[in-house]
Every structure is written in C-alpha cells, then in structure tokens.
Design a protein. Structure first.
Length: 416
C-alpha cells in the first residue's frame, strides 16, 4: 500500500498545469452509453476512478481506446447493461450508468451503492426522477432492476440539490419521449460541461448551470468530440498548497471562473490572486489569516474544498469556524490533523479551528479523497516528516499529485 512521505517547510513556487475534471470525466464517460456511435473525449485525467469507470463500461461491452489524455468510447454494442456490486462498491459514481442504460437499452441492473466514509449518500432522488419518467424500478438483493420501453418526459422537482442526480436524470431525458424539466437542479460547472457534450451528441438540453434544466427528448444521439473542463477542485487544492506554505504559484489550463467562492476565501485569508483566461496566479502572505466558511451547493463554497481549508485554518492567525452542510460525516480529517498538533473542536456539523504556530510531523491516515489532500497540505508545513498512509484514496481524484507538488518545490516522495 503506497504512502507519501513529506518533509515540511518548503515554500512552493512555480507553475503547474491543472488536469481534466474527475467529476466531469465520470458522467461524460457514461454519456457515451447513450449513442451507438463513438464519443471522443479530450483532456481525460489519469485517475483511479477513471480507470474504474472504464473497466465497468468495458465489462458492459463498450470498446474503449485510450491514447494519453484522449479517450474514445464506442458503445455500439452494449451486451450487458449492468453495474455489479464489486464495481459499484469501489466507486459510487457507477450509479451514473443507470440513466443512460435505461434510456438506451430499455433496461438496467445497477447495484445500490452502499454508504461511504463521508455519509449515507442515498440515491432516492435519482430513482424518484426515473419513476416520474415512467421507469419500472424494483430493488432486489441490493440491485436496482430497471425497465422502460421508452422513458417519457416529466416535470421533476428534486427534494434537494444533487449533482449526480441531476446528471443521471439529464442523461436519461435526452432519449425520452417529450420534454423533461428538472427543477432544483444542481448548478455545478460539471453539469454544464455534461450538457454541452450531450448537445454536441445531438441532444436538446437548455438551462444547465441554472436550477431549471429543460431537455427535449430525441430518437437517438450521434458521434461527438468533447474536451473535459479543468478540475476546479484540483486547482483549488493546488492553490491551497501554495497558500499554506506562503508560496507563489501560477496554475495553467485552469478555469478561474469556476472557483469564485474558493478564491474569495483565499483572498480573505490574505492571498493576492489574479485570474487570467486559462490561468490563476496566487501569492500568499507569510502567515494566513483564519477564515470561516459554510459549504453549500454551487456557486456556494464547495464541500470538496472543506477539508483543505481546515488545514489552512489549522496554522493560520486566529480562529476559523467551518460548517459542513452537505455531508453528515465529513470531518474525519480533523482527528488526523489533531495528531499533527492542530487545535480543532467538532460540535455536530461545526468545527472550530484555532490556528497554532506550528504543526508537528507524524504518521497519519487518509480516510477519503479530500481528507487525504488535507493531510498532504498539513504535511507541507508541519515541522519534520509527515507520512500519509492509504493514499489510494488520493490517487482516485488527483493525477500524480506528488509530481505536481515536487514540481513546485515540495519535498515529497511516494513510498511503495
Ligand atoms: C457529487 O457527489 C461529487 N461526486 C462529490 O465529489 C461532491 O462532494 C458532491 O457531488 C457534492 O458537491 C461526483 O460528482 C462524482 P450529491 P454526489 O448527490 O452527486 C444527498 C469528490 O470528492 N442526496 O450532490 O453523490 C447526499 O447524501 C466527491 O470528488 C440524497 O439524500 O453528491 C448528500 O448529503 C465526494 N439523495 C447531498 O444530497 C439523493 O438521491 C448532496 O449529494 C442524492 C443525494
């Protein structure tokens, strides 16, 4: 099991490129299922989750060719419209195959994703929307058995904002008969990126990126090319790495417009930030000021950046209050930060983080993707050596993170 060993103290500086977005790549690969002709994706990140999704689709009969950051999915023949438990349990995003399979094949057998480290994460809204579109759904032995001769357009008002729920229903609706309206839709940039790809494939999606998405169903979709948007969470994480070390970086292949809430908080913490068309520059103060934040659906502060900001607050001047409103158990990084000497008090969904002058390196354990990133950030400034264990969590969502951080001057190495 790989681990990362970090020698704290280096001030990060230099330039690094941001990879394609994991949370856009995963639904986009599933969108390929909707057409009998090839979908070519560019700027595909090299991530464990992308490899898992590719394996899942290949087991269904999809032919996938990968050449560097380019991937072509040929879904002409889907032999087995199913996502078995052994795949789904390693990656919840497998649920994104349900809508496309049902729309394209008229049937699907997808395992219920269990809970995960950060919360129960039910998929009731996904199922509610598909039922509204006329799907017959049965759950037997932990597997969703779905059938629909042809889905019908419907008006769907989700009880809460769900990113993959919006994406699943949007994809299913592209081949439904009539118009579907999704109200209370997620506004994340990844939803808009998926809609752009679906429209390139011949779908009629409008309003993506707002809370009302309209989809006029068509008979079939066709071949298309699509370039995946930059990963705004990787970009935010790299900006935090520069911020926590008092450094100065320039991120290329980035989309500053997707990070307004994160950039606002980094400026409140004392960083100078300049956005260019496809780049972001940050210069950090010697010591950050603590910031308070509350996670919320886009365009609010992203829950996927909460752990990273807890690391910033752990060594900042002052006290920050962090409120996690999206997931019920997304503070597991706190006790690991406490092993490094952080002063954090958790009370329900609120964490009070009192900045300390210095963290002490230690062995810590990653528990989920963004918690891993938080511990790496803390290791960059902790005094002495920090070892982050179980970094397979990190590899799910960050491409070659130690190489990118080394490129910026971090003293970090992977130990097999
Ligand atoms: C997506 O997960 C992201 N994953 C997550 O990123 C991200 O944290 C999350 O959105 C919130 O922004 C992908 O896009 C692949 P939700 P998703 O459905 O879609 C509840 C990462 O680190 N809910 O928006 O699963 C749910 O329990 C990952 O890259 C229901 O109750 O999140 C949660 O409390 C982690 N019923 C809240 O809504 C449902 O049917 C938001 O979940 C669906 C969701």
């Amino acid at each position: 099991m790989d681990r990362l060993v970090i020698e704290g103290g280096a001030r990060l500086s230099g330039e690094v490129a941001v990879s394609g977005a994991k949370n856009a790549a995963l639904p986009l690969m599933c969108a390929g299922l909707l057409a009998g002709e090839p979908l070519a994706l560019a700027n595909v990140p090299r991530l464990q989750d992308v490899a898992t999704m590719a394996r899942l689709l290949a087991e269904m009969g999809v032919r996938i060719e990968r050449d560097g950051s380019r991937m072509v999915l040929d879904c002409a023949a889907i032999e087995r419209p199913e996502a078995p438990y052994e795949r789904v349990k390693t990656m919840r995003a497998s649920i994104l195959t349900l809508g496309p399979l049902l729309a394209r094949c008229g049937e699907a057998r997808v395992s219920l994703p269990g809970g995960c480290a950060i919360g129960a994460r039910p998929i009731d809204q996904h199922l509610k929307g598909l039922l509204a579109m006329g799907a017959e759904l049965r759950v037997e032995h932990g597997t969703i058995q779905a059938r629909a001769r042809r889905l019908r357009g419907a008006r769907i008002l989700t009880d809460l904002v769900t990113v993959t729920g919006t994406e699943n229903l949007m994809m299913a609706a592209t081949l439904a008969e009539g118009e579907t309206v999704i109200e209370n839709a997620a506004r994340e940039p990844e939803v808009a990126d998926l809609a752009a790809c679906l429209n390139a494939m011949g779908a009629h999606v409008s309003g993506a990126g707002t809370d009302v998405v309209r989809i006029r169903g068509v008979e079939r979709l066709h071949a298309a090319e699509h370039r995946i948007m930059p990963d705004r969470i990787e970009a935010g994480t790299l900006l935090c790495a520069a911020a926590i070390t008092g450094g100065e970086v320039r991120l290329t292949a980035a989309a500053p417009g997707d990070l307004d809430a994160v950039i606002d908080k980094l400026m409140d913490a004392g960083c100078e930030i300049a956005g260019e068309r496809h780049a972001i520059r940050l210069r950090a103060p010697a010591r950050l000021a603590a910031v308070s934040l509350r996670t919320a659906p886009y365009p609010g502060f992203p829950t996927d950046m909460q752990a990273q900001f807890m690391a910033l607050d752990a060594v900042a001047e002052g006290t920050g209050v962090v409120r996690e409103t999206i997931f019920e158990n997304r503070y597991m990084h706190a006790q690991e930060l406490q092993r490094l000497g952080a002063d954090i008090r958790i009370d329900g969904n609120t964490a009070v983080v009192r900045g300390v002058a210095r963290l002490q390196g230690a062995v810590v354990m990653a528990t989920d993707l963004r918690a891993s990133a938080c511990l790496v950030l803390a290791g960059l400034v902790a005094h002495g050596e920090t070892t982050v264990d179980r970094i397979y969590h990190l590899d799910r969502g960050y491409e070659r993170v130690e190489e990118k951080l080394s490129q910026l001057g971090a003293r970090i190495r992977r130990v097999h």
